[in-house]
Design a binder for this molecule. Structure first.
Ligand SMILES: Cc1cc2nc3c(=O)[nH]c(=O)nc-3n(C[C@H](O)[C@H](O)[C@H](O)COP(=O)(O)OP(=O)(O)OC[C@H]3O[C@@H](n4cnc5c(N)ncnc54)[C@H](O)[C@@H]3O)c2cc1C
Length: 236
């Protein structure tokens, strides 16, 4: 909870899983004020009372750091604070589409490798790709990736245009909920095709562990399907 003190705001609390917390010079914290209104607080990493640590072990996203931020009476001047809204205001659409682009890139990269693998890896002296079940599976995965690509680019185009930014609300949540889960299915099926190598080599399995992060970060799938249901006029 953020409390007003004269012209400043005072922040206290702990936030887990903050990506790139160690390398950032400028940080933004989202917090509720005493009226339960969400605000964004901007401050520099050396602000007194602000500390962070690094999480050593995580399932995927090994290329980016992440850790715990703690706030002990961190003072932020009022001119570094703005209103943020909760979850369904336009500043979040970018994050939802961004998560989907990571998932889409992982699905595309993993599928490209799986197609090459299926052409070169043999079973019973024949390439895996010569089996109808394998070829059809790859065709289905390719179709999923192409559909996901359209949704992501569509949402990004709506978001990039100030006149259509509000229309990006539904599509950014569809991106986040549907494309990330679709990418999990694509990467999982590809790992099965890579066989034991898929399980043992991070060259292959990192795609799936990275995609799992995109499903959870920036609010999990269930939250977004809740938001989509609301936009459809379904009360729940
Ligand atoms: C790779 C990664 C990077 C991240 N980076 C950042 C960052 O930079 N900054 C930051 O602030 N946070 C970051 N996070 C934290 C992230 O935003 C949260 O982990 C995420 O929003 C889920 O919140 P939670 O962990 O508290 O899970 P919980 O809220 O406890 O949810 C656990 C599970 O409960 C279910 N659930 C939750 N809500 C609902 C609902 N409304 N309806 C139905 N089911 C529900 C879902 O299955 C959900 O996965 C990151 C997380 C990951 C994995």
């Amino acid at each position: 909870l953020a409390k007003k003190d004269g012209d400043d705001w005072i922040l206290n609390g702990t936030k887990l899983f903050v990506t790139n917390n160690i390398v950032a010079d400028v940080h933004v914290a989202l917090g509720l004020d005493e009226n339960k209104e969400m605000k964004a607080f901007f401050f520099e990493g050396n602000a007194p009372g602000f500390e962070h640590s690094v999480a050593e072990n995580k399932f995927g996203m090994k290329g980016s750091g992440g850790g715990t931020a703690t706030y002990k009476n961190v003072r932020v001047p009022s001119d570094m604070v703005c209103s943020a809204g909760i979850g369904d205001t336009s500043i979040y659409y970018y994050a939802y589409i961004f998560a989907a682009t990571i998932a889409l890139g992982a699905a595309e990269g993993c599928l490209e490798k799986a197609i090459e693998w299926a052409k070169n890896r043999t079973a019973n002296f024949k390439p895996l790709s010569s089996m109808q079940a394998v070829a059809q599976k790859l065709a289905k995965l390719k179709s999923m990736v192409v559909v996901a690509n359209s949704v992501v680019y569509d949402a990004a185009a709506l978001y990039a245009n100030p006149e259509t930014i509000n229309e990006a609300c539904l599509k950014s949540q569809i991106c986040k909920a549907y494309v990330t889960e679709l990418a999990e299915e694509v990467t999982r099926e590809c790992i099965k095709l890579f066989g034991g190598m898929g399980y043992h080599s991070s060259e292959y399995y990192h795609y799936m562990s990275d995609v799992m992060a995109t499903i959870i970060m920036d609010l999990p799938t269930e939250y977004h399907y809740g938001g989509i249901a609301k936009l459809m006029g379904l009360d729940h």
